[in-house]
Ligand binder design. Sequence first.
Ligand code: ADE
Ligand code: ZN
Length: 326
Amino acid sequence: ARLPGLLRAMPKAELHMHIEGSLEPELIFALAQRNGVALPYADVESLRAAYAFTNLQSFLDIYYAGASVLLTEQDFYDMAMAYLERAVADNVVHTEIFFDPQTHTARGVAMAHVIQGLHKACVDAEKRWGISSQLILNFLRHLSEEEALQTLEEALPYRAYFSGVGLDSSEVGNPPEKFARVFTRCKDLGLRRVAHAGEEGPPAYIWGALDLLHAERVDHGVQAVHDDALMQRLRDERIPLTVCPLSNQKLQVFPDLADHNMPQLLAAGLVATVNSDDPAYFGGYINENFVQLFAATGMHSEQAYQLAANSFEASFVPASRKQAWL
Ligand code: ADE
Ligand code: ZN
């Protein structure tokens, strides 16, 4: 009976959260009104009713429609502040926030407005609540590598405001090798690297993320259990997996949360972590992910401690600060 309280109260880092996926329906409608953007939904209720997903793509279509209300620097600031306040309430002390600039620059939004709005929110949240954050620029894998390279060039004037890059959007059919050149360039620039791999896609995509994209963490990675040699490598090299239980349930990766393989990943000695992915769309922020996952799988307090420790180990903060957390 005390386990949910422990899960909620324990300090934790969040390492896999798309800021556009934190846009609550109420904020989507408020921004649509503020910006004069027309939405294909009549009201908050009918938008929320559309959140019935069958796979990753069925979610992405609605997620990109929701993001269409974001136009000004203030919009990005307001969205990020709302998430950061919510994260603080869940005792998140450090967060590494994904953002998808191409979703916005394709609509004519300036890169400066995207990054500066998010950055200012991170600065103000740390002053107000003590939460630290980093921004991670994600390339959209359904677009071309040329577009990713162009996006990187547009973002480099704001290099001081993001610590790394990632790869998201439609996984199957867009393998890591498509982005080998841009990630090698990012490595040469000293950017940290993560990539979505093995969410719906095969273990081969995880191998590719490690060997071709030089990924230091794997986002999702739950399909790794189908490849023993890969499991051994992830464990031996302590390559973290940023797992998102409610996302996996809602996108039908594990339709029943009781079947989630987090217990197996931890038992195998992997540095697995719990994260919220797109909390406004998947039914809960990080603490809801912890509480529902533990209730469904029967995990105990030892795994709770392990997951919190893993989240700090897997973060991109300097080793000196990690020591204080661990
Ligand atoms: N973009 C936002 N959430 C995502 C996910 N779970 N997988 C791939 N791309 C995403
Ligand atoms: Zn994700």
